[in-house]
Design a protein around this ligand. Sequence first.
Ligand code: FEO
Length: 385
Amino acid sequence: MDSIIYIGTDDKTIDLFESQYVVPNGISYNSYVILDEKIAVMDTVDARKTEDWLANLKQALSGRKPEYLIVSHMEPDHAANIKLMTETYPDIKIVGNPKTFTMIDQFFELDLDNRKVVVKEGETLSLGSHTLQFFMAPMVHWPEVMVTYDQQEKVLFTADGFGKFGTLDIEDDWTCEARRYYFNIVGKYGVQVQAILKKTAGLDIKTICPLHGPILKDNLDYYIGKYDIWSRYEPEDEGVLIAYASIYGNTAKAAFKLKEMLEEKGVKQIALSDLTRDDMAEAVEDAFRYSHLVLMSATYDGGLFPCMEKFLHHLKTKNYQNRKVALVENGTWAPMAGKHMKALLEGIKNIEICEPVITIKSAMKDNTIAEMDEMIGGFAKELIK
Ligand code: FEO
């Protein structure tokens, strides 16, 4: 791997990644240089980090000039500096597929005549001793995405695939932030992720170089296994997410009580999410992670409390499916949340809704506890130890 140099950058000050995701530990924009007779640069970085990246690039090049810029993905967190590359290195050739060049024309005013290298499925490009092979990965996460296999070093450059929130200088658990990243960013495209996993399954891969998060070298079966489960929409863990939308705390009280009751029955993995205040992306992640989901919502203006509506919209958009769901509604004069949650769930594939919907009239009472107890016995019976 000495011939592959990391030239990416950490972004610790971005407020929201993709203008929507909180990233308490920042994000890395990864980019790499492959040194050979001909030098290839693997993607650029976000415009927020142009200066740092350019300095890393120049240091890695030690005065040499790159022959190729390989563009795996045109989203601006990776492609922002394509024009700058063509200005800094006027002879550089841009490597992409036909969709890449359509997008380059949309994002930039650039004359790439004589500087375009258009590659197709399975084609190779020789740098000298390194041969790069390209595999199309449409919709993982945009239509033009492709992954690149370095046949000599047995490195797979996976674009957004196997990416993770968090900068590279912090020690944190890969799975947690990679899962939040996966379901919120790539989650909709499970079928396409399965397709690229199958396409690359026969390659001898020693290292995975994603465009975000750490380079993965050891135990690659673990990471690939996670991507396989996630993209098949199978629950990763037997457990329950209780997602609640409470206005004055009464629905929240019932949610805490339900958690306590599940714990008393020996259910090991239970996550609780306050949809009004907690990170919605983490609630989405947990909904996909666990086998069971309980939705508890106050009624508002005859409909759903807005954060619950938003949550269900996110789940539907990300292709949520294959789960058991129980519903608890709250309302003081005309509880309607259950009806609305059901209607939204009906548009989602393979959802088993547990009947009956539990209705709280204003505040939890003994009958609520009895009904929740009954609900657990049916809905979560396979989790009770
Ligand atoms: Fe990291 Fe889809 O861009």
